[in-house]
Design a protein around this ligand. Sequence first.
Ligand SMILES: NC(=O)c1ccc[n+]([C@@H]2O[C@H](COP(=O)([O-])OP(=O)(O)OC[C@H]3O[C@@H](n4cnc5c(N)ncnc54)[C@H](OP(=O)(O)O)[C@@H]3O)[C@@H](O)[C@H]2O)c1
Length: 306
Amino acid sequence: MNRRQFLQTSAQCAASAMFLGLGGAPSFAAPNAGARKNVVPLVTLNNGLQMPLLGLGTMTLTGDLGTRCVAEAIAQGYRLIDTATIYNSETAVGAGIKQSGVKREEIFITSKLWKTDMGYEQAKKGFQTSLDKLGTDYLDLYLIHRPAGDVKGSWKAMEELFHQGKIKAIGVSNFEPARLADLIASSDVKPAINQIETHAFFQEGKAYDYLKQHGIQHEAWAPFAEGRHGLFTNATLAAIGKKYNKTVAQVCLRWHFQRGIIAIPRSSQKAHIAENVNIFDFNLEDSDMASISTLDLNTTQFPEWS
Ligand SMILES: NC(=O)c1ccc[n+]([C@@H]2O[C@H](COP(=O)([O-])OP(=O)(O)OC[C@H]3O[C@@H](n4cnc5c(N)ncnc54)[C@H](OP(=O)(O)O)[C@@H]3O)[C@@H](O)[C@H]2O)c1
């Protein structure tokens, strides 16, 4: 069993256990119950499309668990859901959106082209497979997951799908500035997004400046570094949280938000899903932002994916 399979199995077992209340009944709220809470602010991308600055990540959230998490997130006010072919969560995401009762047009769905589907023809097929699994006829955002294989052929296919209105915005993930510059130089459509590992221990200052300068929206994956390097018990983050009566997770997400970065925290727990979207009622002071900037180790916490 590889790392991904292990993570998937263990997360599902643990989370399924937590989702079930006494007597085995699902403990999640009825979808679409009550008035909408937690309205997430939007950012305008370089093609005019508006995108929520916070969403739910769905890596490992497959099957019934994924469906429940997505429906719960939508009930809690999330409108951005991040999935990918490689996560095997697209079917669950589609089902969760349906279960939520919220209209498809009100949800912003991101999916990603995996490296085995790179190239002009394959990218179109990969995209269609994602649509079929999600049960939708368009994507809000489609990203090249990794800069591997035939990037330019894939991008050409994505540009066509974008011009046909089947994708509202196209972008990339895990692209270094030099790789991005190369793509921009040879493309008609500029990427709207670069989704990269970004968290308190890897703040990606250079990429952040490059993306700002080129009008490409920075999106953070692993906004909590998956809890690595003791993130959830970090003394600096905890002390800042205490000041505002907020958790470490909320401080991290607020820090991303105040940098203007889209964050897509993943959680399989109802309480965490609610906590993570409850960050729009406080403001980190400049001194807090400065303290967090001192935590930067300027290195990936996921060397196994480099
Ligand atoms: N483009 C790429 O290459 C790429 C790579 C990795 C990830 N991503 C995307 O980014 C998303 C987020 O990254 P990630 O899933 O790697 O990690 P993450 O969001 O940094 O961390 C997820 C972990 O944090 C825990 N957590 C969530 N909320 C919490 C809270 N309030 N308090 C304490 N613990 C909390 C979760 O546990 P519980 O389930 O127990 O809450 C889970 O173990 C992914 O799901 C995926 O959509 C993209």
